[in-house]
Design a protein around this ligand. Structure first.
Ligand SMILES: NC(=O)c1ccc[n+]([C@@H]2O[C@H](COP(=O)([O-])OP(=O)(O)OC[C@H]3O[C@@H](n4cnc5c(N)ncnc54)[C@H](O)[C@@H]3O)[C@@H](O)[C@H]2O)c1
Length: 337
């Protein structure tokens, strides 16, 4: 049995507290939002985000950040991506040197183009940072529906430790040393999911969505390789796995926001209606900047960024994608002379 602190008690932090609680660990679940702590303590379940999934008895919900970070075998960062830096700054004084931390949020900071593990390394020097990602809707994990994820760290022993903490008969955890590949897959698929929602909202068919997903993972892979990720990771759980689940499920807030945009709403109206942080919107701008920085072609990212931030119509974006120059599907394949 290990002692674990989870920072962030939204859908994902709460679902993971259920997994860890069921695994027999002592869990402290922290939120900065007083009303969230109160709701969880009153009902012993997140009735707004995960109704019908009670917290195990060994999960304590608290607004005490020091208690949550102190004397823990593992800390889990589960706040939405725009709050990772501010939460790390707040918690820094309570987190000891050498502490093992696993970040489960997905995103890229738009202003710095930092990945979330970069942010944690910067704000929490001297701590060991890992990431966990993969096709994993909180709504399903909290109901013990079989799910697979991957945990990434540079040190194998840390990855295997986190694997052993989380793994059980419905939550299967793989390990990988490719931290940047895992993070980029998890963040950039949100942008493609927004685009998938747009084409569904426009009323296009399965062909269009399959095209978007396939060409989308090709874009993610191109950028990921340029940034040091490994090709295998983009065809794995945190790459194509997460892309499939996010683009094909109505649980996805990114797909939902895109769907509303496809139906004619603008970005602000869509985000207001979804009522949660739509991380793909932030990641889209970051991805567009990264594509330019690394000289990588990302036409879907470019078009969705124009739809989100430049009021381009979704119809025109699709038309522009289809009128691009003719090209070979995979430029690394060679022809016979
Ligand atoms: N929901 C899922 O199925 C799922 C699955 C895998 C990964 N993730 C990732 O996990 C992260 C969290 O997602 P979520 O679904 O739990 O989001 P959420 O919107 O349900 O919850 C976000 C939580 O962040 C915390 N928060 C809000 N404002 C804050 C602030 N100012 N400072 C600090 N903390 C604050 C709160 O606890 C809030 O509940 C995201 O990056 C998401 O991509 C989510």
């Amino acid at each position: 049995m290990s002692k674990i602190g989870i920072l962030g008690a939204g859908s994902w932090g709460t679902a993971l507290s259920i997994v860890l609680g069921k695994n027999g660990h002592d869990v402290m679940l922290w939120s900065i939002l007083k009303e969230e702590v109160e709701l969880l303590n009153t009902h012993r379940e997140h009735i707004e985000k995960l109704p019908g999934s009670p917290l195990p008895d060994n999960v304590e919900v608290t607004s005490d950040l020091e208690d949550t970070c102190k004397d823990k075998d593992l800390l889990v960062f589960a706040v939405a991506s725009p709050y990772v830096r501010s939460t790390a700054k707040l918690a820094a004084e309570f987190i000891p040197q050498g502490q093992l931390i696993v970040n489960v949020a997905k995103g890229i900071e738009e202003s710095t183009l930092d990945t979330l593990s970069d942010i944690l390394k910067e704000e929490l020097p001297g701590r060991e940072i890992a990431v966990l990602s993969g096709p994993s809707h909180a709504e399903e994990v909290s109901k013990c529906i079989p799910t697979t994820v991957v945990v990434g760290t540079r040190k194998k022993k840390n990855a295997e430790y986190i694997q052993s903490i989380f793994m059980n008969d419905f939550f299967r955890v793989y390990t990988s040393p490719d931290v940047i590949g895992i993070e980029l897959g998890g963040s950039l698929k949100n942008v493609i999911a927004l685009a998938a929602g747009v084409v569904d909202g426009l009323g296009y068919g399965d062909n269009t969505k399959a095209a978007l997903m396939t060409r989308g993972i090709a874009e993610i892979t191109r950028l990921g390789l340029a940034m040091g990720g490994k090709a295998e990771t983009f065809s794995g759980l945190s790459g194509v796995g997460d892309l499939i689940v996010t683009c094909t499920s109505t649980h996805s807030r990114n797909w939902n926001a895109g769907y509303l945009i496809g139906k004619g709403k603008n970005m602000k109206e869509a985000m207001d209606e979804v009522k949660q942080v739509v991380e793909g919107v932030y990641s889209a701008k970051a991805a567009d900047k990264l594509a330019k920085k690394y000289g990588v072609s990302m036409p879907i990212v470019e078009q969705i960024t124009q739809v989100l931030f430049e009021n381009k119509s979704a119809m025109d974006a699709v038309a522009d994608l289809f009128s691009r120059d003719k090209r070979q599907e995979n430029s690394s394949l060679e022809w016979e002379e």
